[in-house]
Design a protein around this ligand. Structure first.
Ligand SMILES: *[C@@H]1O[C@H](CO)[C@@H](O)[C@H](O)[C@H]1NC(C)=O
Ligand SMILES: *[C@@H]1O[C@H](CO)[C@@H](O)[C@H](O)[C@H]1NC(C)=O
Ligand SMILES: *[C@@H]1O[C@H](CO)[C@@H](O)[C@H](O)[C@H]1NC(C)=O
Length: 400
């Protein structure tokens, strides 16, 4: 049925609005029919669909609303929507598109994306949101992106990355946050990214103060693992302006500990992650970095990754211990708790046994002494030996 098959060029015919409307409807019906009969031949109107590469290209079409996604050829792998005029997307725009592996939304005007927008895209490995107008990120925005390996959020207006927003991105290897309005980052937001290899943070107004200290530790751990981070240049405070935070020695942040001590570790730090805060961990991470510069040189293999960090190299090792401590799962913590309680109970029982033994010894020695004194006194009383022995027996039996 050749006339039913959708022409690859799309709706290029010059015609009035009414005819376009009609042809769209006819197209819809025909495409639906075609989809039922020839699943590979449907394609959302202004886009180009390639049946062999499974790429749907809707880029540079001047679109301000999404083409009908239900017409996407089943099994499509890439959806290219870059260089259009999208300003917003509905929460179910990408519902059921679980076959997609790549989604490109760069160079649009998206300013706020709804929670759960990518919920069904469990096969997506590449998501590009480069050059949009995102200023806030919902904590649930990246829900469901369990296969994501590459996320490009560069050139937006983001000022914070909420803790928990990347919890499901455990396969993420590449992340760009370059060219946003970030001045600080929460370490807890990045801890779930256990497979991250490459992080871009340039062109942000970083404030290298206590708020960035924990993130610096995390970053050093990432470098220690062999990951790559581009420059994170401080804009504040003034005396660090233009300096890469990786080159700022950890000792520069020692005053943060004093601040925390003064505040009793409460306040801003407690609100951060609810993980019990940083002080004990951070302290142990700070001390060895200054004390053991020798171990830094002895590990020749790790030298190339830590060489760029300069003085911070020693801190990387220490802070890796620190992160490991934080990663300790609940079960391990419970096991440790059980061991501690068992130890305390055993200790108490031991102490009681020792006390009982000591009491027994003292009692026995006292009794022995008492009897010796009795023996000494008996001759003085002038009684016969046999009688004395009788008394002694009586004494012992009475004691017993
Ligand atoms: C997604 O698929 C389910 C069942 O397969 C269907 O009920 C639902 O309408 C679909 N949603 C969209 C937005 O296509
Ligand atoms: C997701 O990817 C896997 C492996 O590449 C594939 O077997 C599966 O069919 C994909 N899921 C969908 C819905 O296409
Ligand atoms: C960003 O997107 C806008 C609008 O699409 C475009 O005009 C501009 O050239 C893009 N900038 C870059 C650096 O890609």
């Amino acid at each position: 049925m050749p006339p039913y098959i959708h022409p690859p060029g799309g709706t290029g015919l010059p015609s009035t609005g009414a005819t376009i409307f009609l042809t769209r409807h006819v197209f819809c019906v025909l495409s639906l029919l075609a989809m039922l009969l020839f699943p590979a031949s449907s394609c959302p109107p202004p886009c180009l669909c390639s049946s062999d590469t499974l790429v749907v290209d809707c880029g540079e079409r001047g679109l301000s609303s999404l083409p009908p996604m239900h017409l996407l050829p089943p099994g499509s792998r890439s959806l290219l929507l870059a260089n259009n005029k999208f300003a917003s997307l509905g929460a179910s725009s990408f519902a059921n598109l679980s076959s997609l592996e790549e989604l490109d939304l760069s160079n649009n005007y998206l300013d706020n994306l709804p929670a759960g927008l990518f919920r069904d895209m469990s096969n997506l490995t590449r998501l590009t949101l480069h050059n949009n107008s995102l200023t806030v990120m919902d904590r649930e925005l990246f829900q469901g992106l369990v296969s994501l390996q590459s996320l490009d959020l560069s050139l937006n207006g983001l000022s914070t990355i909420p803790v928990g927003s990347m919890d499901e991105l455990q396969h993420l290897r590449w992340l760009s946050l370059a060219g946003n309005r970030l001045h600080g980052l929460e370490r807890a937001a990045f801890e779930p990214l256990v497979n991250l290899q490459h992080l871009e943070l340039g062109q942000n107004p970083w404030e290298c103060d206590c708020n960035l200290r924990d993130f610096k530790h995390w970053m050093e751990w990432l470098l220690y693992r062999g990951g790559k981070v581009d420059a994170l240049e401080c804009t504040l405070p003034k005396d660090l302006r233009g300096r890469d935070i990786r080159g700022v020695p950890v000792e520069m942040f020692n005053y943060c500990l004093q601040l925390e001590d003064e505040n009793g570790g409460g306040g801003g730090d407690g609100a951060r992650s609810g993980q019990g805060g940083g002080p004990p961990c951070s302290r142990s991470a700070l001390i060895p970095s200054g004390a053991t510069p020798v171990s830094d040189n002895s590990g020749g293999a790790g030298g190339d990754s830590s060489s760029s960090t300069g003085g911070g190299g020693g801190g990387g090792e220490a802070s890796s211990d620190c992160s490991r401590a934080r990663y300790r799962p609940v079960s391990v913590r419970r096991a440790i708790g059980t061991v501690v309680i068992a130890g305390v109970v055993c200790g108490i029982v031991c102490i009681m046994m020792v006390a009982a033994a000591a009491y027994g010894c003292i009692y026995a020695s006292l009794m022995a002494k008492y009897q010796r004194e009795l023996k000494k006194r008996q001759p003085l009383m002038g009684d016969g030996e046999a009688d004395g022995e009788d008394r002694e027996d009586k004494q012992i039996s009475s004691v017993a």
